[in-house]
Design a protein around this ligand. Structure first.
Ligand code: UDP
Length: 328
């Protein structure tokens, strides 16, 4: 009889999900991964299949979810998570955040499991306060291109709190700010893989707008540590996890040019609709409640991430099409 604690991780084959699988395996949990593989990639968790304490289900959590046996924890990380994805698969984005979350909350209730949901800084929309504390209610356009993600995530927080307040379910909510690291999809359209991919292909780096908009980038290991601490804390309200080191996209592009040694320049492209002008987490709560703060500097994290992208097969680096969503 295996008496390890059992954790279900949805979105297990994705960027964050796969790193969470690694962490929970390392901590000797029994890990059940689940993913429908629309944006996830089995190569991210290939190394886990040989382990006795890992199993995987290919399943869409927007449909009824059944997992045999006990469950102690559920981490819901299944969702498209880049602006290009929301544009390509808007309905799935809405469904996984709403119907998917509802199904998993029901499963958590049935199993008496603690449920942690992956929320996002997108709940703050295009914020009018900087940095963003958890008390800020946000500035979201529900009918804009990002609305399908932002509103699904806001609903996800609301239904999770309702299950906590009405059913007494143990719940945790992490608000994730821009995160990067190995296993990001090179073609997911996000700024970091876009810039590094362009540098590797010898193309100009596409800066949207004048590049004065800001983001704050957190290395994935720091994020995973924050999530791990939150799960085992007793705090039920949302907690921001991110790196407050804010930078303009123009400066970020210049850093990538320096890092990759490319002779390419930044070229300006139209700014997407409702692109947030500023984003930086206020992490006072994470510091106080979890004793957490990021440890990996951008220069260290970017180097590791660049080495990862460089090591990918050449045809993958050259192949820029966004065809992943046709896989099924
Ligand atoms: N961005 C850019 N060039 C790109 C992709 C993105 O300048 O090729 C900008 C985008 O307009 C945004 C920022 O980089 O201001 C971060 O975009 P990303 O898609 O990574 O995530 P977001 O934080 O907007 O969800």
């Amino acid at each position: 009889m295996d008496n390890r604690k059992r954790v279900l991780i949805t979105g297990a084959a994705g960027f964050l999900g796969s790193h969470l699988c690694d962490r929970f395996i390392k901590e000797d949990f029994y890990v059940i991964g689940m993913d429908n593989l629309i944006t996830g990639d089995l190569r991210n968790i290939d190394h886990l299949f040989k382990l006795p304490n890992f199993e995987f289900y290919q399943h869409d959590v927007s449909k009824f979810v059944h997992v045999p046996g006990e469950l102690h924890y559920i981490l819901h990380f299944a969702s498209p998570a880049s602006p290009i994805d929301y544009l390509k698969i808007p309905i799935q984005t809405l469904k996984v955040g709403s119907l998917g979350t509802h199904n998993l909350l029901g499963l958590a209730r049935g199993k008496n499991a603690r449920m942690l949901i992956a929320s996002t800084s997108e709940v703050y929309g295009d914020p009018t306060v900087n940095p963003q504390p958890e008390e800020y209610w946000g500035n979201v356009n529900p009918v804009g291109p990002r609305g399908v993600y932002d509103e699904a995530k806001r609903f996800q927080e609301a239904i999770t709190m309702a299950y906590h307040n009405f059913h007494g379910l143990e719940t945790r909510i992490v608000r994730i700010f821009n995160t990067y690291g190995p296993r990001m999809r090179l073609n997911d359209g996000r700024v970091l893989p876009a810039f590094i991919g362009q540098a590797l292909r010898g193309e100009p780096l596409t800066m949207f707008g004048d590049g004065s908009q800001t983001r704050s980038f957190c290395y994935v290991d720091d994020l995973v540590e924050g999530i791990y601490r939150l799960l085992f804390s007793d705090y039920v309200l949302p907690v921001n996890i991110g790196n407050p080191d804010e930078i303009t996209i123009k400066e970020f592009g210049e850093e990538i040019i320096k890092l990759t040694g490319t002779d390419q320049k930044l070229v300006s492209k139209p700014l997407p609709v409702n692109d947030p002008k500023q984003r930086r987490p206020d992490i006072t709560k994470a510091k106080q409640i979890l004793g957490w703060e990021p440890k990996v500097s951008r220069s260290e994290g970017l180097k590791i991430t660049y080495d990862y992208f460089k090591s990918l097969p050449a045809q993958e680096i050259l192949h820029k099409d966004f065809t992943y969503y046709n896989k099924r």
